[in-house]
Design a protein around this ligand. Structure first.
Ligand SMILES: Nc1ncnc2c1ncn2[C@@H]1O[C@H](COP(=O)(O)OP(=O)(O)OP(=O)(O)O)[C@@H](O)[C@H]1O
Ligand SMILES: [Mg+2]
Length: 234
């Protein structure tokens, strides 16, 4: 579904990502882990078309998307739930959720998907007509993830959805991710919380100062002493 080869990217002259090679197959959940500043978000921004690659190729659903406009990439089926949520604080929860579906032409199914999202996150149903800015942090994250689902993407990329949230909220969000996965959505999870990410994922990649230094089955990575020492502190 997604194949990245020899990707180099960054900001202006500042190169952040070095020779990235990564593949995601249809139906997989893949975790990308790495410390602060490793370049995880930079990779997602590049995949979303918000940053132009310096070189290398990104093939998504059979098409080259390196440097393609963000709108076009969303319409091809690649959606990012950005780090820090980025909701429209003044719009209602419902308006934010529907905003996720803006590029869809199957409007009849949108109402059904809204219902599905509200079943996943009943707390959002109770707050549908409230401004998103008035929600708690956990509710805002549910809204951001729900908005990502509303795009009904082929590949959903989640950037640090667990950051700063209570365990019960994290559980609710990851349970929802499990349910969309069961519907056939492919998911890329970016997390600093290595344990949570690898427990959900089939495979993982480790990004370290802009380079991928390890990849493998998630269960192997969780058992790997180097990963445990470096990222789990055990
Ligand atoms: N807009 C920007 N302009 C210049 N440099 C940037 C910009 N955004 C990020 N960087 C730099 O790129 C590097 C990678 O940052 P990035 O946000 O991709 O890391 P990350 O792995 O997502 O970290 P975190 O876990 O803290 O979110 C950092 O050195 C950062 O300072
Ligand atoms: Mg980040």
């Amino acid at each position: 579904m997604l194949k990245i080869e020899h990707l180099n990217a960054g900001y202006g002259d500042l190169q952040v990502l070095w020779d990235i090679n990564l593949e995601i197959r249809s139906g997989e959940v893949v975790a990308l882990i790495g410390s602060n500043g490793a370049g995880k978000s930079t990779l997602l921004w590049t995949l979303s078309g918000l940053l132009k690659p310096m070189s290398g190729s990104i093939i998504f659903a059979g098409q080259s998307i390196g440097g393609v406009s963000p709108d076009r990439i969303v319409s091809l089926g690649l959606t990012q739930v950005p780090q820090g949520r980025r909701l429209f604080a003044g719009l209602t929860v419902k308006e934010n959720l529907l905003q996720g579906a803006y590029s869809r032409s199957d409007k009849a199914d949108v109402a059904q998907d809204l219902d599905f999202v509200l079943e996943l996150f009943p707390r959002l149903r109770e707050r549908l007509n409230q401004p998103a800015g008035s929600l708690s942090g956990g509710e805002q994250q549910m809204c951001a993830v729900g908005r990502g689902f509303m795009a009904r993407p082929k590949l959903l990329m989640l950037d640090e959805v667990s950051l700063g949230l209570a365990p019960i909220v994290v559980d609710a969000i990851y349970e929802a991710i499990g349910k969309v996965r069961a519907r056939g959505m492919t998911v890329l999870i970016v997390e600093q919380d290595v344990q949570i990410a690898l427990e959900q994922a089939d495979r993982g990649y480790v990004l370290d100062v802009g380079s991928l230094i390890m990849s493998g089955a998630a269960t192997d990575m969780l058992a790997n002493p180097k990963i445990r020492a470096a990222y789990l502190g055990i």
